[in-house]
Design a protein around this ligand. Structure first.
Ligand SMILES: [Zn+2]
Length: 277
């Protein structure tokens, strides 16, 4: 089952790779056949198999030998792995393995659908910011709306009143505003040198997904990974201290870590930081 989700993820990732490029050049996303950006020849169906084609073609266009970006197989692999991880979380792994009586309810299906959707737009934002230093509004705004709807649906499932931070919807909105304000303050202090306006929107989305206080862990992981990757890149002389490094991929990584390891983080936070949530 998990391997089926991996393969579906590869195919979805292949589509996301095309979306990533076409968002930039403002091409029609759905109703146009893929072609090589250099020689404009259409890509044959057998050269369009996720991961495999890139390997078989040795990363080159069959017609003009133009190099194909490594980002295409990378998007496919990331989406495939995340789809497999979602399947593992909902259909195997922690949720079901230790609890054979648990049945997969309609609520679980909605939750799982939201997760699959979330990993798609997070992957797209990750690679768009990495490729073009830009967080696409057309991805981030619908994502925010759908995430808030999802959190409202979660609130309707539970017994909690509206006026508590434990209510998923309130917690999500509160965390979103805090994160957006935090990034807005950073822009204001640095006069736009550290991060861009897209990060404010992505910060809002991060808060909406993670909720309060988990958004703090998202920021923690984002900055930690950001610092490590930046130091490695500077060490390898690929970047200098003055280079602009997009922050979106780090923020997305932070969101994904907190999504998938929420239970573990909660356990450690309770145990060592004494901040139960
Ligand atoms: Zn070509």
């Amino acid at each position: 089952m998990i391997s089926i989700f991996f393969i579906v993820g590869l195919i979805v990732g292949s589509f996301l790779g095309v979306v990533n490029y076409r968002l930039k050049v403002a091409e029609n996303i759905v109703f146009k056949r893929s072609h090589c950006p250099k020689c404009k020849k259409p890509i044959r169906w057998y050269d369009n198999i996720p991961l495999l084609s890139f390997i078989i073609l040795a990363g080159q266009c069959r017609d003009c030998r133009e190099k194909i970006s490594w980002k295409y197989p990378a998007i496919e692999l990331m989406t495939g792995l995340l789809f497999a991880a979602v399947a593992w979380k909902f259909l195997g792994g922690w949720g079901f393995a230790g609890n054979p009586e648990k049945i997969f309810s309609a609520g679980d299906a909605i939750e799982m659908a939201f997760w699959l959707f979330a990993v798609c737009y997070l992957t797209l934002i990750f690679f768009h910011d990495l490729s073009y230093m830009l967080i696409p509004d057309v991805a981030v705004y619908p994502a925010i709306v759908i995430t808030l709807f999802y959190q409202y649906w979660k609130y309707l499932q539970g017994p909690l009143g509206i006026a508590t931070l434990k209510n998923p919807f309130v917690s999500s909105l509160f965390a979103a505003l805090i994160a957006a304000l935090f990034f807005f303050a950073l822009i204001w202090i640095s006069r736009g040198k550290w991060i861009g306006g897209g990060d404010v929107k992505l910060g809002f989305l991060a808060g909406a997904i993670a909720g309060w206080p988990k958004i703090l862990f998202v920021l923690f992981f984002a900055y930690m990974i950001g610092a490590i990757v930046s130091l490695v890149l500077i060490g390898l002389k690929k970047k200098t201290w003055k280079s602009q490094i997009p922050f979106g991929p780090f923020l997305v990584s932070g969101i994904l870590i907190v999504m998938f390891f929420s239970e573990q983080i909660q356990f450690w936070a309770n145990r060592y930081l004494n901040i139960g949530y």
